[in-house]
Design a protein around this ligand. Structure first.
Ligand code: NAD
Length: 344
């Protein structure tokens, strides 16, 4: 099978994950990478000395006519870069969020569709073993009728740490748009249903290093009757981080205690859990590998369930609805709100 040719745009922290995943993929070839920051290029070479990737300008890299461009750049330049790829009929796998507002995200999807290119979004957590198993348990009915769930994500994220992107320090709604977007996407994916009603409150504690809200509390009601309570923060006061996702149904309960592993199934009434057997995965690498693999299948015209730009609009509508609900102080009907902002 011919290898698909890939250009990597953005050589920062996430770009380094992508570089490894692409070069280690048996059906991919990393033609070149590009980043205007000399510091990012130097760090990339220091951290990945085993990779001998030509570093070119964006224009020169696209001139190599790759099959796919992976965009690992900040969200405010995604539209410009997707448009440049669309003009050249190059499919794009773009990091999340696709954009920071509804209109720009819609334009990303429209420009890709008009050019007939594929547009995928970096929802790599869909490819975690925990995600796959939870989705299977719920959708195969092992929990019976599911009633409610709760996600708690409690983190001290030192936004000043070297090698960590700095734009979340000053952007609007950093927790929601950079982090909770993954959790909200997973909730749609694992529960296999769209959200009907959204209530949320975003806040920023006095000690937060983020200019805008680093804490999100939400209550979501899904079409299939599941109610989900969500609490996420980047402003925990120390590095005792927590992740827990619990979902209860009439016939059993799922309890996940770590974002990347540790999933238990409790049959109804059981006094002890049954550990769900999961293959071990390297955090951020194997899940990203799953995403790339699935996207490359789509590029080759094979069956794929990659997270598309269009599907991402539903996750983004939900994410933006949380911010809007907090602003308005009331529960929103998600379909009405999505239609209002052009994401229906
Ligand atoms: N899916 C995930 O698990 C995950 C994890 C981390 C980050 N991300 C996402 O990846 C994206 C990048 O995040 P990061 O942490 O790598 O940030 P980063 O700041 O470390 O890297 C971004 C890089 O893009 C470069 N860049 C800026 N303009 C460019 C241009 N015009 N052309 C090429 N490169 C350009 C910057 O110089 C920088 O090196 C963000 O959208 C972020 O949300 C996703």
């Amino acid at each position: 099978m011919n290898k698909l040719k890939i250009v990597l745009v953005g050589m920062g922290t996430r770009g380094r994950h992508w570089a490894r995943v692409i070069t280690e993929h048996p059906q991919a070839e990393l033609l070149a990478a590009t980043d205007p920051s000399a510091q990012a290029v130097t760090t990339f070479k220091e951290q990945l000395p085993q990779l001998d990737v030509p570093v070119l300008s964006f224009e020169d890299a696209l001139a190599l006519k790759p099959d796919v461009v992976v965009l690992s750049t900040p969200p405010d330049i995604h539209l410009e870069q997707i448009s440049a790829c669309a003009e050249r009929r190059i499919s794009v796998l773009c990091e999340k969020p696709l954009a920071l507002d509804a209109q720009t995200a819609r334009a990303c999807v429209d420009v890709a569709q008009a050019a007939g290119i594929l547009l995928g979004v970096g929802m790599n957590f869909r490819y975690l073993e925990t995600t796959r198993a939870s989705r299977q348990y719920i959708q195969e009915g092992k929990l019976g009728q599911v009633g409610f769930g709760r996600i708690v994500y409690w983190r001290y994220r030192d936004g000043q740490r070297p090698l960590l992107n700095k734009y979340p320090l000053t952007m609007d709604q950093p927790m929601l748009l950079e982090q909770s977007i993954h959790h909200l996407d997973l909730a749609r994916f694992i529960y296999g249903s769209e959200v009907a009603k959204v209530w949320a409150r975003t806040t920023n504690p006095p000690w937060s290093m983020y200019r805008s809200d680093a804490t999100v509390a939400a209550w979501l009601e899904f079409d299939n009757g599941i109610a989900l309570q969500y609490f996420g923060t980047w402003a925990g006061t120390n590095a005792k981080n927590e992740f827990q996702w619990r979902t209860d149904g009439a016939e059993g309960m799922l309890l996940q205690n770590d974002i990347f592993k540790d999933l238990d199934y409790w049959p109804a009434g059981a006094g002890h859990p049954q550990a769900v057997v999961l293959e071990s995965q390297e955090d951020f690498i194997d899940d990203t590998r799953g995403l790339l693999d699935d996207f490359l299948k789509a590029v080759r015209g094979e069956v794929s369930t990659y997270p598309s730009g269009r599907d991402h609009l539903a996750t983004l509508a939900l994410t933006l609805a949380c911010a809007e609900s907090s602003r308005q102080g009331r529960t929103l009907d998600l379909r009405e709100y999505a239609a209002e902002i052009g994401l229906a």
